[in-house]
Design a protein around this ligand. Structure first.
Ligand code: ADP
Length: 454
């Protein structure tokens, strides 16, 4: 990238300098001409041509003052034949006898001195020299002078251009380095990341597009690292969860095989229980995997959450009575129907209620409150247990998280129930939050939008 940037800078600089030099040299030629003319200077080669043409036509210098006047007045716009101070055009015949003086300063019949004759330009007609024209006071210039001046100006422009190009190239090198450095760092970090080093981050400075790219890269690396860590933790947790029921099953089966236990339904019961536990765990993991992949099959229909809550509460009545827990249902009148998959929301409510029953006091009370606000229907389940320790509150929806590991496992909990519940609720574009009630006990609040944005 750096080389490409530098090449681009070089091309741009060279094109710009060449353009400036070309335009400057073109402009210099015409500027030189008009500057000379404005200063009252006469282009000698064309003066000589015109005078010679005049002579060829007229065969004498009689009336040649019109040609001289044309040149003497060209450009400076002063009085007829009047040049700038000390400037004049003198026409002499072949013998050096002054015939005309554009300023009229030289008297007729005056002769050009030897010096003047040397400086004068001869006028030819065929092979013969028929006269001389003498510009005085720096009044004449010719094509050679113009070329010389234009070449000098062009060289000056070229030199200036080359110096500017050198400075611009140095600046370009610095800029190319500066621009390519973060990209190089990003490329290196991306390469390391692809080799498995997920700790790679790039230093982000400034607030331009490159900084945005750096931030996006760092976010991506964060997510990849988080995903890798949670995958590792998940694998370890799954192995851990499988180990206990498998060990219990194995010990029981070996005891049955060795004849230590008699093979009867009573001794097979623990094996069956552990098997059921394993089946539930596998089912839960499958549900989570499907939810993670966004492939959980959901059948959305408009249904009443109140009716669903009543059904779930009825299902848990017997269990609640056996634990001497009262299930108090407080339904707000006329809540709108919710667009949901009733089987999945029933699974969520069942999970919340069975948790509350497990942690409520005995005898105790669980309040199930249904309310509706604009666009939302809300169900809060509040038990009168010990609640959730504050440090554990942010973690209860994490996979395999249990506040009291041994108690939860003894009671058949896998630590996946709330994680699944939240995934299911989020698949309905709703929210599920846990809190401790001011009067004690935990309260889980499920909120579902009346119109899910499908
Ligand atoms: P588990 O299958 O272990 O119950 P969950 O995901 O359902 O797993 O719950 C995670 C943890 O949250 C539980 O182990 C428990 O410590 C805590 N928890 C859930 N519901 C309650 C509640 N009503 N009161 C107190 N703690 C609770």
């Amino acid at each position: 990238m750096r080389v490409r940037l530098l090449l681009s800078f070089t091309v741009i600089i060279l094109v710009a300098v060449a353009g400036v030099v070309f335009i400057a040299s073109q402009g210099a030629a015409s500027e030189v001409r008009s500057f000379m003319a404005r200063g009252g200077m006469v282009r000698l080669d064309s003066l000589v041509d015109d005078l010679e043409a005049y002579y060829r036509q007229e065969k004498s210098w009689q009336g040649a003052e019109v040609v001289l006047a044309d040149y003497a007045t060209a450009g400076h716009g002063q009085g007829q034949g009047q040049g700038m101070m000390g400037q004049s055009l003198i026409l002499a015949d072949a013998d050096g006898l002054v015939l005309l003086d554009s300023t009229g300063a030289r008297p007729g019949q005056d002769r050009l001195s030897a010096d003047e004759l040397e400086q004068a330009l001869p006028l030819h007609s065929g092979l013969w020299t028929v006269g001389y024209v003498l510009p005085t006071g720096g009044m004449g210039w010719n094509a050679g002078d113009e070329r010389f001046l234009v070449t000098r100006l062009t060289n000056g422009a070229l030199l200036g251009g080359l110096a500017a190009a050198a400075v611009a190239l140095l600046l370009g090198l610095y800029l190319a380095n500066r621009l390519s450095r973060p990209v190089q760092a990003l490329t290196l970090a991306a390469h390391q990341l692809s080799l498995g080093d997920l700790s790679q981050r790039v230093k982000v400075t400034g607030r331009d597009e490159l900084a945005d790219l750096g931030n996006a890269f760092n976010h991506m690396a964060d997510s990849l690292q988080d995903a890798q860590e949670s995958r590792r933790a998940m694998t370890a947790d799954i192995a851990h969860e499988l180990r206990t029921p498998l060990a219990v099953q194995r010990a029981n089966l070996e005891a049955l095989q060795d004849g230590i236990y008699e093979l009867n339904p009573e001794n097979l019961e623990p094996v069956l229980q552990q098997n059921q536990l394993l089946s539930r765990l596998v089912d839960d993991l499958r549900t989570l995997a499907l939810a993670d992949a966004g492939q959980l099959p959901l059948e959305f229909v408009p249904a009443s959450l109140a009716a669903l809550v009543e059904r779930v509460v009825a299902r848990f009545q017997a269990q609640a009575r056996s634990r001497q827990v009262e299930l108090a249902l407080e339904l707000a009148p006329a809540c709108p129907q919710v667009f949901m998959d009733p089987a999945r929301i029933e699974q969520v409510l069942g999970n919340l209620l069975s948790n509350s029953l497990r942690y409520a006091s005995s005898p105790g009370r669980i309040t199930i409150e249904l309310a509706c606000q604009q666009g939302w229907v809300e169900c809060a389940i509040h038990d009168d247990g010990l609640g959730i320790p504050e440090p554990s509150l942010p973690h209860v929806f994490e996979r395999f998280y249990r506040v009291d590991r041994s108690r939860s496992r003894d009671e058949g909990g896998s630590g996946l129930g709330l994680a699944i519940a939240r995934q299911l609720v989020e698949a309905h574009y709703g929210t599920l939050i846990a809190a401790n009630h001011a009067q004690g006990g935990a309260v889980f609040t499920l909120r579902l939008p009346v119109h899910a944005q499908l």
